[in-house]
Design a protein around this ligand. Structure first.
Ligand code: PLP
Length: 363
């Protein structure tokens, strides 16, 4: 050996590639590739951030108490069972770091979030990828893959990049079929966008069991992706574990302040929700009219399908839109080479996407 070698699995990781920011030769492209908020952060969150500007010499309060209090109040939860993270990605990773031993199995569905696979491989665990049915997690298929080595099950609900969701009955059925020593992690990054009678983000299941964790984020509807704040609601014994392994000051002062303020600005949240609901339906309808297949979605993005016809493939469409300053997300890395994911954007951006796709369809 000529240099130190990382743990088995790490060199099998394909580095995560985020949504593009720039297009060569286009001055101010519109980024619709990372599911960021269409309306941006709450002005109250920005104000809270500004209040602490200039006071960057003091460490944050390590447990993010002011933020946990705000979350507990907003959702009616026990603040001692909330753990905050540097984005929910950090919590998803900490859970893997805490519970996986080499050779353990980590289950997730076919078009699941890429972070799950990275977290598994980084801990020398084995990813078990379960095929989906019509781009929806298949509970029977997942239950059929349970073995004595199953340690962690990640379920994004709603899922990214498909936009589909599992009703609460199905999530409960999945949980009921898991052994008690396997942890079910419900990644509810898009929960705030869903208002369906049969949907439950995970709070109830966490409250009534000892092997379920729900993760949430301030990156999406709250518009704080750049600040990196997420949280997990856990059984007390899991919160205890996470509090031992997390970085002692993992959520910065401005992030704690801005997130707590964002949570208290219900009007901004409601405006975001209403904007998303209206424009998502409009985009799905208009894009279908142009002849493209679009999946139903409960999140702040939609999945558009392209065919194999030369000049009109997903890759061609991506280039065509990018040249017009519209950045979508190719999802080949998620096993969907013929689709593009479009984040619901501001009104003008949404109209521009439909106009560009109409032009592409006419070609
Ligand atoms: C965006 C997203 C997250 C949030 O990640 P953060 O680290 O909180 O920004 C988590 N899970 C899924 C499926 C996502 O799409």
């Amino acid at each position: 050996m000529t240099h130190p070698i990382p743990k088995p699995g790490i060199l099998d990781i394909a580095p995560y590639v985020g949504g593009r920011h720039q297009v060569h030769g286009v001055a101010n492209p519109i980024k619709l590739s990372s599911n960021e908020s269409a309306l941006g952060a709450s002005p109250k969150a920005i104000e809270a951030y500004r209040e602490v500007a200039g006071k960057f010499d003091v460490y944050p309060e390590g447990s993010a108490k002011i933020l946990r209090e705000a979350i507990a109040e907003h959702f009616g939860l026990d603040e001692d069972r909330i753990v905050c993270g540097n984005g929910s990605d950090e919590l998803l990773t900490m859970l893997a770091n805490s519970y996986l031993r080499p050779g353990d199995e980590v289950m997730f569905s076919e078009h699941g979030f890429l972070v799950y696979k990275i977290a598994a491989l980084a801990n020398s665990a084995t990813p078990v990828v379960v095929p989906e049915k019509n781009r929806k997690a298949d509970v029977d298929g997942m239950l059929a893959c349970v073995t004595p080595k199953t340690r962690l099950v990640y379920l994004a609900n709603p899922n990214n990049p498909t936009g589909s969701y599992l009703p609460y009955d199905e999530v409960k059925r999945l949980h009921a079929g898991l052994p008690p020593n396997a942890l079910l992690v419900i990644d509810a990054a898009y929960a705030e966008y869903v208002r369906k009678n049969d949907y439950e983000a995970g709070i109830e299941l966490v409250s009534t069991s000892s092997n379920v964790v729900m993760t949430r984020t301030f990156s999406k509807i709250y518009g704080l992706a750049g600040l990196r704040v997420g949280w997990a609601y856990c059984p007390a014994h899991v919160a205890d574990v996470l509090n031992r392994v997390r970085g002692p000051f993992n959520v910065s002062v401005p992030a704690q302040r801005a997130a707590a303020a964002a949570l208290r600005d219900r009007a901004h949240m409601d405006a975001n929700f209403a904007h998303n609901d209206k424009w998502r339906d409009w985009l799905i309808t208009e894009i279908r009219k142009l002849g493209f297949a679009v999946d139903d979605s409960v999140a702040n993005f939609i999945l558009i399908h392209f065919g194999k016809q030369k000049g009109k493939t997903a890759l061609d469409a991506d280039a065509f839109l990018a040249a017009r300053g519209l950045i979508l997300r190719g999802v080949a890395a998620y096993g969907l080479p013929d689709a593009l994911r479009l984040t619901i954007g501001p009104a003008d951006a949404n109209r521009a996407v439909v106009e560009a796709l109409a032009e592409l369809a006419r070609q």
